[in-house]
Ligand binder design. Structure first.
Ligand SMILES: C[S@@+](CC[C@H](N)C(=O)[O-])C[C@H]1O[C@@H](n2cnc3c(N)ncnc32)[C@H](O)[C@@H]1O
Length: 598
């Protein structure tokens, strides 16, 4: 028994012996048997009424069978409660047994003087039950809703039968098979990861040893304590003692980044992990893997860091611009764009469609810059080599983002112009600088890499890869729409192919791509799907303390699919974007987490 705990939770409540012994002040008790729950609720709400009904019952065989034949659902809660107590006290051996229809069918007990009414006991039970949440429901639902880190969960499920002649009896019409015991073990693993104390009782069955071998286990019989052994023996119970998981296996010991990793163009991309690369690598490097998958690559900087550390990288994002960055600097091992090539791209060489000049006139850039953007578009899309094209387009996107106050396209005009050099440096110079820095990032680590453009939920990968998951963070207090922020440069990345500009909008944006991470429920479901899909991979997930699902919910979802789940908190203050919105009085006081599942 834990010395201190939060709530006491007992979801296979039955007779609730441990609960009455402990008398917990903050408890949730539950059972899937509605008759039993009706009894406890009636005692909690109207113990005097129950006592009055009990006083009417007598211990005769005739009365016993009359009461037994009643349908409790038709009775008032007090009468139903009195019936259950009466039958329990006067039936054979106090046995609770039901037939296939769920009707109580234990025969009369023929006791001389059973204690049908124990007022003192009922009043004591009532005063305890009044402080308790009493629920009729499935144990899993109850635990999903109520169990939190630090709670004590006592589980006394229907036991596994030791032999076919076992006196094991069903407690409700719903049966509890071996498969259910395996499910229960998975749920216990979730509670363990969540930080709960759990005590489980069961029969001394080999499956119990198989399922709970990693925990402390005692084999006991009713009279004496005996040594632990795995041969299922009748008349012996097993008590499994599960302590909250200690999260000390993974430690951050950040080494400086390699010189190569530092060559990635610095970025102000929303939610970029450029300041957390050391920590991510410190955790990832504790696992054995050759390939890293960056499922939500954004700026591409995390995938590049993995490449710089000798890994093969698969990079993915549903934005074309992110896929372009990865193609230019991760997938591409050797091709660069010469200065002569870059200078040629700046010269008008073919007839322009003037798309940017016409569509975005007066919104983000001067007419002269818009003209140059169109010139570059025409020339870049005519480049045949896909790597050269991705370098040039990435450079154009970088130049446009740098010249834009705050680097975003959610407003028009030149608000927020803080006079920075980047905003005033002419666009052609920006473009040439960007080409140089992107060329400087191209290198070969001797492995192959892949830049993919698509929905993370559709990805298929081999099981020996490490998967890094950094999706948009959902919070009801801020918006996390990448496409709305970067629509102009995302448009450039696709040359607006297949995109329909919403003409009525001031910013002339196109419709955001749908992503489940734009709602709380969507995000929770998507995490569940991703963790399930990559259940055989090592997972590292970035998420923050002011986002939803919450930390506990994330641990719960991950524990459904992962044997070990650890949370590594990183102290990190966002300096840009909506993730750093005010929380209480602490602006930007947000904790960034790495959830690690393996
Ligand atoms: C937090 S950012 C990733 C930042 C990145 N790790 C970095 O360091 O720059 C989230 C990314 O998820 C992408 N995204 C959103 N929904 C997606 C989906 N369903 N599939 C793939 N990518 C998605 C967004 O385009 C955005 O680039």
């Amino acid at each position: 028994m834990p010395a201190k705990y939060g709530k006491y939770i007992e979801p296979f409540f039955g007779g609730g012996a441990l609960y009455y012994a402990l008398q917990p002040s903050n408890a949730v008790v539950a059972d899937s048997n509605p008759e039993l729950i009706t009894l406890y609720k009636a005692v909690a709400m109207n113990v005097k009424g129950v006592i009055a009904c009990l006083k009417k019952h007598t211990n005769t065989e005739k009365e016993y069978y009359k009461i037994r034949s009643q349908d409790w659902i038709q009775l008032s809660p007090e009468e139903a409660a009195a019936r259950t107590i009466y039958l329990n006290r006067t039936c054979f051996n106090g046995l609770y047994r039901v037939n296939r229809k769920g009707q109580f069918n234990t025969p009369f007990g023929h006791y001389k003087n059973p204690r049908i009414l124990d007022e003192e006991n009922l009043f004591a039970a009532a005063s305890l039950l009044q402080k308790t949440s009493i629920i009729c429901g499935d144990y899993k639902d109850v635990l999903r809703e109520h169990a939190k880190s630090g709670d004590f969960v006592f589980l006394d499920p229907p036991y596994l039968p030791i032999s076919e002649y076992s006196d094991f009896k069903r407690y409700t019409r719903e049966q509890f098979y071996e498969e259910d015991h395996k499910d229960l073990a998975a749920e216990i693993n979730r509670l363990h990861n969540l930080g709960c104390y759990v005590i489980l009782t069961n029969s001394n069955h080999p499956l119990v040893h198989e399922l709970y071998g990693k925990f402390k286990m005692d084999v006991v019989n009713t009279k004496r304590h005996i040594s632990c052994n795995g041969n299922g023996r009748k008349g012996e119970d097993v008590i499994v003692d599960i302590k909250p998981k200690k999260r000390i296996n993974l430690k951050i010991v950040p080494d400086p980044l390699t010189e190569q990793a530092l060559k990635y163009p610095p970025t102000r991309f929303m939610g970029s992990k450029n300041k957390l690369l050391k920590e991510i690598w410190s955790i990832a490097s504790q696992f054995q893997f050759n390939t890293a998958v960056d499922l939500f690559s954004g700026s591409g900087i995390v995938g590049y860091m993995f490449k710089a550390n000798g890994k093969s990288v698969i990079s993915n994002d549903y934005m074309a611009m992110s896929a372009l960055f990865a193609k230019a600097m991760i997938e591409n091992n050797s091709i660069t764009l010469s200065r002569t090539d870059a200078l040629r791209l700046l010269k008008p060489r073919r007839e322009s469609d003037s798309f940017v000049e016409n569509t975005f006139q007066g919104l983000y850039f001067s007419d002269k810059d818009n003209y140059l953007i169109d010139t570059l578009r025409m020339n870049i899309w005519a480049l045949r080599n896909p790597y050269k094209r991705s370098i040039a387009l990435s450079a154009l996107i970088r130049a446009c983002t740098k010249k834009r106050p705050r680097g975003i396209f959610t407003y028009t005009g030149h608000r927020y112009d803080d006079g920075r050099r980047d905003i005033h440096l002419p666009l052609d110079k920006q473009f040439l600088e960007a080409i140089e820095i992107i060329n400087g990032a191209v290198f070969d680590n001797g492995r192959e890499h892949k830049a993919r453009h698509g929905n993370a939920l559709d990805m298929k990968i081999r099981s020996n890869c490490l998967v890094y998951i950094d999706p948009p963070y959902y919070s009801p207090l801020s918006d996390n729409e990448y496409v709305r922020r970067y629509h102009f440069v995302e448009g450039l990345a696709r040359d607006w192919n297949g995109l329909e500009i919403q003409e009525h909008t001031i910013t002339k944006k196109f419709k955001s791509y749908p992503t489940p991470f734009s709602t709380r429920k969507g995000a929770a479901t998507a995490f569940d799907q991703l963790f399930k899909k990559f259940r055989n991979n090592v997972l590292i997930v970035s998420y923050s303390s002011n986002s939803q699902p919450t930390k506990d919910e994330m641990i719960s979802i991950m524990s459904k699919y992962k044997e070990s789940v650890e949370v590594v908190p990183l102290d990190y203050k966002y300096s840009f974007g909506t993730h750093g919105h005010k929380v209480g009085n602490n602006k930007n006081d947000v904790k960034e987490y790495l959830f690690v599942g393996y």
